[in-house]
Design a binder for this molecule. Structure first.
Ligand SMILES: Cc1cc2nc3c(=O)[nH]c(=O)nc-3n(C[C@H](O)[C@H](O)[C@H](O)COP(=O)(O)OP(=O)(O)OC[C@H]3O[C@@H](n4cnc5c(N)ncnc54)[C@H](O)[C@@H]3O)c2cc1C
Length: 461
């Protein structure tokens, strides 16, 4: 995948805006930006630019608009639906605007419990910045040291603490965005009470680079948690896993003041086997169970952990090192499947009362599909969020993807729980959004990006 030789005048203008050191052309220089984390998506770009701030981004967007060249905002390039890289073919190669130089971390506002950060700061940097000031940021996910705040806002990322704090949208109290015409929206005051019209910050959450370029975000922070315990429990089925989670939530909340579930994750047996083989881990439980549940509980300070049935096959971790050891079975899943081949990653959700039936049907269904060699489910149980991973079919073979998405839609679920629609699912949006909803979304897109130059091919086909 290389740059297009077209548009030399635009490239010259871009070099003047960002400086030669921050403009990349040529296959070797652009390589890390044009193929995604899954190795399934990617295509040519005109150039990669690394602007230093909103002013330069505004100039870049004006230049690209004048030349009629599309733009693609990119953060850490950890997105999993092909939205962070150019299309393989059929589209004009875009200018990739990397946000990785916008790493500013503002002072934490101790009264409001808020902070303003640059879009290119990584999630991990923001987490550590909040902790150093006596607070914590409510979003966490395994790609924390590469994913940027701008990317997590643009995808409305979920992660492992949604049960406690909600998704990224719930953390965003202000935003700065450069629009397609180079104008800038800057609404970073973070007022909790501000009913002055449309919630524009909320609109940009989950917009996947199709409406504008996020340059800074004002985030809500949370008080430190105190002590937590992590428990891995074996269960016979998804139905049992859900019942266990429900009992654990009630038990945690009634055991001590402040105690509650912080995370409830699920890993099925094929996914456990895979991560054990790839990451050289042992099965952590006495028996090999069909469905393993990971529960993290804020223990309210009494250190008692999760009240469990005496017969449960469980392992409990109280200190940080042991907890990280248990979390590894869940956090290393994406890498484990990646080691097995090109993964068709289907991030879906089902209503909790239907999740067990949906998961069971998916496993039977995938087992009947052609060319599938490895498959399994792990995910965020409390959110009804299943990461269905399928290895075997060629990258461009969409039969397995469609079968999974149609199955989930038949249960009233969502074809994208937290990764977004990207290019991967743009053709399938109608499975869980009505024609009226899609028309309304297109109208918003048309109003903010009349030339259709902001990340075309993402979200809509
Ligand atoms: C190992 C692993 C684990 C993961 N776990 C989770 C998880 O638990 N939950 C979850 O939700 N996701 C998860 N993800 C997916 C990914 O980390 C998230 O989607 C993340 O939010 C992407 O951030 P990024 O900076 O890498 O964005 P990118 O991949 O660079 O971009 C993603 C999308 O956002 C747009 N975008 C990026 N920055 C901006 C900006 N500043 N302005 C406008 N648009 C922008 C891009 O155009 C693209 O459409 C995981 C990924 C990996 C590799």
């Amino acid at each position: 995948m290389s740059t297009s030789p077209a548009q030399p005048e635009l490239v010259e203008t871009l070099a003047q805006i960002v400086g030669d050191a921050h403009l990349y052309i040529g296959a070797d220089r652009v390589a890390p930006f044009v193929t995604d984390w899954t190795r399934r998506f990617g295509g040519p770009c005109l150039a990669v630019v690394r602007p230093g701030g909103a002013g330069e981004i505004a100039e870049i967007l004006r230049a690209c608009a004048a030349a009629g060249v599309p733009v693609l905002p990119q953060g850490g390039n950890t997105g999993l639906v092909g939205g962070s890289v150019p299309a393989a073919s059929g589209q004009q190669p875009p200018v990739i605007i990397s946000l990785l130089r916008l790493t500013g971390l503002g002072a934490v506002d101790d009264l409001a419990g808020q902070v303003t950060v640059g879009a290119g700061a990584t999630l991990g940097e923001v987490q550590r910045h909040a902790v150093a000031a006596g607070w914590r940021y409510g979003v966490d996910l395994a790609a924390r040291d590469s994913a940027t705040i701008g990317g997590t806002v643009a995808t409305n990322a979920g992660g492992i603490h949604v049960i406690a704090h909600g998704m990224t949208r719930a953390q965003v109290v202000g935003i700065e965005v450069v629009l397609a015409d180079g104008s800038v929206i800057s609404h970073l005051s973070g007022m909790l009470k501000d009913n002055t019209g449309y919630d524009l910050a909320g609109l940009f959450c989950g917009s996947e680079g199709t409406l504008g370029i996020i340059t800074a975000v004002r985030l809500k922070l949370h008080r430190p948690l105190g002590r937590t315990t992590v428990t891995l429990v074996g269960t016979a089925s998804y139905a049992d896993a859900l019942a266990l989670m429900s009992r654990a939530g009630v038990a945690a909340e009634s055991s001590a003041p402040g105690s509650r579930l912080l995370a409830a994750e699920v890993i099925d047996a094929p996914s456990m086997d895979l991560v054990c083989a790839v990451a050289d881990l042992n099965w952590p439980l006495a028996q090999r169970w069909p469905v393993v549940v990971l529960l993290e509980v804020v223990d309210g300070g009494d250190g008692s952990g999760l009240p469990l049935d005496e017969t449960a096959d469980a392992v409990v971790a109280f200190d940080a090192a042991d907890q990280a050891r248990l979390w590894a079975y869940r956090e290393r899943q994406a890498d484990a499947y990646g080691a097995a081949g090109i993964v068709h990653k289907l991030d879906v959700s089902a209503p909790l009362p239907k999740l067990a039936a949906c998961a069971d049907e998916l496993m039977v269904l995938i087992g009947t599909l052609p060319d599938v060699t490895t498959f399994g489910i792990f995910g965020h149980l409390a959110d009804g969020n299943m990461h269905v991973e399928i290895v075997g079919p060629a990258a461009a073979d969409l039969r397995a993807d469609l079968a999974v998405l149609e199955c989930v839609a038949s249960y009233g679920g969502s074809i994208s729980a937290e990764h977004g629609v990207g290019r991967a699912k743009a053709a399938d949006l109608h499975l869980c959004r009505s024609a009226t909803e899609i028309a309304a979304m297109r109208a918003i897109k048309g109003a903010l990006d009349p030339q259709g130059l902001m990340n075309p091919g993402v979200l809509f086909i």
